[in-house]
Design a protein around this ligand. Structure first.
Ligand code: SAH
Length: 523
């Protein structure tokens, strides 16, 4: 039986620009054949058991020739596999998507195409350039600047100039002098606004504003490289007013997000939406303590407790796993009151249909202990990590509340000493820490001997900051122990860093930047 091939457009770089249909196809793929320009986040959506074939390793000069790609698609489909051919931008726009379908059609292999967001429109858009605007043009033209091997560029510059429309050139970086000369010789005004957007829609995006006469020289000065789009036309003059990306408060900032391996990347997502270039560095992992007869004993005897106290979403997860092992469900907790350290843990309880009876105003162990100390008249069962903070139990003891501290899981410091990270540590503006254990995990993995005075740690709370201070990491502390407050802290701290590692000439001044902070809704 023959399989099925879906050509999927991965979009121009920003992983958020993959279509829903593209993501669906990817999630069901058994084989994925992908190109160089597809982002890592999108590649992460490929099912773990799917075969991945990288046909775009240009750096090592192993780029797979087109006819071989066509044969790979055919072969895998004839094996009966669901194949996704993942391509940058839109597969049918200078993407050779048509060529890849020809062989499949000859062999009667069924296929489909999922269009993608093309860089020809999205890269200008992220640079603040709408490719059409009623006041300036009535057409847009997308042209390749790539000549077939051994041939000269085949562009009818006179015809293009006559249209008066916006001109977008793809694959045009090396032919830039030919393109600008061609347009000038065909009579286009030298002062016509022109722009280039390099690495469009990615955190490394740079835009160059110029005129047709100055574009080539300015591109050489700025060292613009492929991938970049060239835009020529009056709409380019709108960029300065519309360059929304450059106004994002974390634009140009590189942030290392240390986090537990299994936690969803909410923080990363928020930071990226505010313009940051985020690198995730999972360095701790929680593992349940198994077998765990004491935990099972306490759960069997839960009716003897007044309160059940949870200090992390992981604790909630392992509680549920333990209940399941005992053949129980949420009803086992029927008579007991629930305390959660913060909104994340309360949220994890809510997923099981349970509302926390107590969440302290400040999300840390000390406040949890003080609050429970005042409320509890009976016994408290604490389910948490083996090495949990003493602040909780000390507060309960001070209030003469009797408790059982039952180790439920362990924190393992993951991600062995990473040389690559240590080398790149200077290039990060911030490192985020969402718990004291992420600090411990980070230090354990990069090594004690590293000079941490060069980084700035953004800490979710005072306990986390204290742990960071123990390792001489300069820190800033969020106003509340929430992901939103941590994100806000990054925005407030951003103007303190030297701006713009990406070197974009048109970057706003810090004062404007601070105002721009109010622009997106990150609450
Ligand atoms: N099918 C793709 C284009 C493939 S041709 C699409 O629809 O986007 C490759 C060219 O696309 C590059 O030379 C460059 O001109 C452009 N390109 C691709 N990704 C880009 C990006 N992120 N920023 C700017 N240009 C990009």
């Amino acid at each position: 039986m023959s399989g099925f091939v879906t050509l999927v457009g991965a979009g121009p770089g920003d992983p958020g620009l993959l279509t829903l249909k593209g993501r669906e196809a990817l999630g069901e793929a058994q084989v994925v054949v992908f190109d160089r320009l597809v982002s890592q986040e999108i590649l992460n959506l490929i099912p773990a058991d799917a075969e991945r074939i990288d046909v775009g390793k240009e750096a090592s000069h192993h780029k797979v020739p087109q006819d071989q790609i066509n044969r790979i698609l055919l072969e895998k489909a004839l094996e009966g596999k669901r194949v996704v051919r993942l391509k940058g931008g839109d597969p049918f726009l200078f993407g050779r998507g048509g060529e890849e379908l020809e062989l499949l059609r000859e062999h009667g292999v069924p296929f489909a195409e999922v269009p993608g967001i093309t860089s020809a429109i999205a890269a200008p858009a992220y640079g603040g350039i709408p490719v059409t605007h009623r006041d300036y043009c009535s057409s847009v033209h997308i042209i390749t600047g790539h000549a077939r091997a051994g041939k000269a560029l085949e562009i009818d510059f006179e015809a293009l100039v006559r249209t008066g429309g916006t001109l977008v050139f793809l694959m045009g970086v090396s032919a830039l002098p030919h393109i600008t000369r061609g347009l000038l010789e065909a009579g286009m005004a030298p002062e016509t606004p022109a722009a280039m957007v390099e690495n469009g829609t990615t955190p490394m995006q740079r835009r160059l504003d110029a005129t047709l006469a100055t574009l080539t020289e300015r591109a050489a000065e700025m060292g613009i490289h492929s991938p970049a789009v060239i835009v020529v036309g009056k709409v380019c003059a709108l960029a300065e007013g519309f360059c929304w990306l450059d106004r994002l408060p974390l634009r140009g900032k590189r942030i290392l997000v240390t986090r537990p391996k299994e936690r969803a990347g909410t923080l990363s997502r928020k930071l990226r939406a505010l313009g940051a270039e985020v690198t995730e560095y999972p360095c701790i992992e929680t593992v349940p303590i198994l077998p765990n007869p004491p935990l099972e004993r306490e759960l069997e005897a839960i009716s003897g407790y007044e309160w059940l106290c949870l200090t992390s979403p992981a604790g909630v997860r392992y509680l549920w796993e333990a209940l399941e092992r005992l053949g129980k469900d949420a009803r086992a907790l029927g008579g007991v009151k629930l305390a959660a350290i913060g909104s994340g843990t309360a949220g994890a309880l809510a997923e099981h249909g349970l509302r926390a009876d107590f969440v302290p105003p400040v999300y840390d162990a000390a406040h949890l202990g003080q609050g429970l100390g005042a409320l509890a008249t009976g016994r408290v069962l604490i389910l948490r990590a083996r090495e949990g903070s003493q602040a909780l139990t000390q507060a309960l003891e001070a209030a003469h509340v009797s408790y059982t501290d039952c180790p439920t899981y362990e924190t393992v410091y993951e991600n062995p000493h990473s040389e690559a990270l240590v080398k790149a540590l200077d290039t990060f503006d911030f490192v985020t820490f969402t718990s004291a254990s992420t600090v411990k995990g980070f230090v354990a993995s990069v090594g004690q001997d590293v000079d941490f005075s060069r980084i700035t740690g953004l800490c979710i709370g005072s306990q986390t900051a204290r742990e960071a201070a123990r390792h001489h990491i300069p820190t800033l502390v969020a106003e509340a122990a929430t992901i939103d407050a941590l994100t806000e802290l990054a925005c407030r701290a951003a103007p303190m860093c030297p701006p713009l590692r990406t070197g974009n000439g048109s970057f706003p001044e810090p004062e404007k930047w601070m105002k721009a902070r109010d622009f997106p809704d990150y609450s």
